[in-house]
Design a binder for this molecule. Structure first.
Ligand code: FPP
Ligand code: MG
Ligand code: MG
Length: 332
């Protein structure tokens, strides 16, 4: 991946390599989930001598699928991470962000223009790698993700007052901004692994529900999280004028909150008042419940994958389920 993001134009490579450098690469949750999904879908002993043949052990055979399949799945995981970082570079310009991953945001380091172009460059590199997979369905899935990221961002930016307090609008935006990338990439991993439509749909369901669960827990933590653990100030969503799930549930108990939502908490004292109403409502508990429901759906998708004789695949399935639980139980 580091090779894929370099350029012979010095200013461009400085900018595009910024979040791929050691210590700046973040948790890489997406590639981790995707490679676990690739392994979780394998089915025991490969017999074809042409593919090298292999014997399974309990522990991580890097060669559990034919090497070319595994390599293509790894390319896909890298593409997902490049798209993710590109969207963050653009997001930080839009949000005028000062920090990202504990570092100065790239827009502060190199300015908005170069930060945007670095994001474009990463998308271009991701596109070249995507095309090299020679799979038009996979290209279509990942292109759709780009459309969703942009649509979600614009939905958030331009929502009419009445949409701002709509849970449907919020969940759709959340799917576009957060869940679509991991959902469609998981499906692409399945297709590259040669799995059929039914299994690919289960991979998609896992990714979608993991993404939604993760984001709903993020919404909760923005209210009840610890600033020092999260590494960012709490109530950030309210301060940015965004009503997330806890607020939208609270509106159902305190209809007067919808005025504040519709003016994006812009009047003085709005953020404080909204915070208080959310705290005295069931908003946080109901959002946690919603996150838990999506966590359960993610786990159910893994449990419905076709039986596998591979111990290692079963190991990876347990890891994917554990990851879904952690997404909703985490405090940072
Ligand atoms: C983080 O949101 C932002 C996203 C998940 C997607 C942003 C998408 C765009 C800017 C559209 C451009 C897309 C591409 C593919 C270049 P946030 O601001 O809510 O979260 P944060 O706390 O991480 O900043
Ligand atoms: Mg942002
Ligand atoms: Mg943003």
């Amino acid at each position: 991946m580091r090779r894929a993001v370099t350029s012979d134009i010095p200013a461009l490579s400085t900018a595009s390599e910024y979040f791929f450098k050691l210590g700046a690469e973040g948790k890489r949750v997406r590639p981790t989930v995707l490679m676990l999904m690739a392994s979780a879908m394998t089915n025991g002993v490969m017999t074809s001598a042409a593919q090298g043949g292999w014997r399974e052990t309990d522990h991580a055979p890097a060669h559990q699928a034919p090497a070319d399949v595994r390599r293509r799945q790894q390319r896909l995981a890298e593409i997902a991470e490049m798209i993710h970082v590109a969207s963050l570079l653009h997001d930080d310009v839009l949000d005028n962000a000062a920090t990202r991953r504990g570092l100065r945001a790239l827009n502060l380091e190199v300015g908005n223009k170069l930060a945007i172009l670095a994001g474009d460059f990463l998308l271009a590199r991701a596109s070249v790698t995507l095309a090299s997979l020679r799979n038009t369905e996979v290209i279509e899935l990942l292109s759709r993700v780009l459309e969703h990221l942009v649509a979600g961002e614009v939905m958030q930016m331009t929502a009419k007052p009445e949409s701002l307090s709509s849970m449907d609008h919020y969940v759709k935006k959340t799917y576009y901004k957060t869940a679509s990338l991991i959902a469609n990439s998981s499906k692409a991993i399945a297709l590259l692994g040669g799995h059929g439509e039914e299994s690919a749909q289960l991979a998609y369901d896992y990714g979608k529900n993991l993404g939604l669960a993760f984001q709903f827990q993020d919404d909760v933590l923005d209210f009840i999280g610890s600033e020092s653990l999260l590494g960012k100030p709490t109530l950030g969503d309210l301060k940015e004028g965004i009503a997330t799930a806890p607020v939208l549930f609270a509106v159902q108990e305190f209809p007067e909150l919808s005025d504040l939502v519709e003016r994006r908490f812009k009047h003085s004292g709005d953020v404080q008042r909204a915070h208080e109403l959310v705290k005295s409502s069931q908003g946080i508990a109901r959002t946690q419940e919603l996150a838990r429901e999506h966590c359960d759906l993610a786990i159910a998708a893994i449990d419905r994958l076709p039986a596998s004789e591979s111990k290692y695949a079963m190991h990876c399935r347990r890891a994917l389920k554990e990851l879904a639980k952690r997404a909703v139980e985490r405090s940072k």
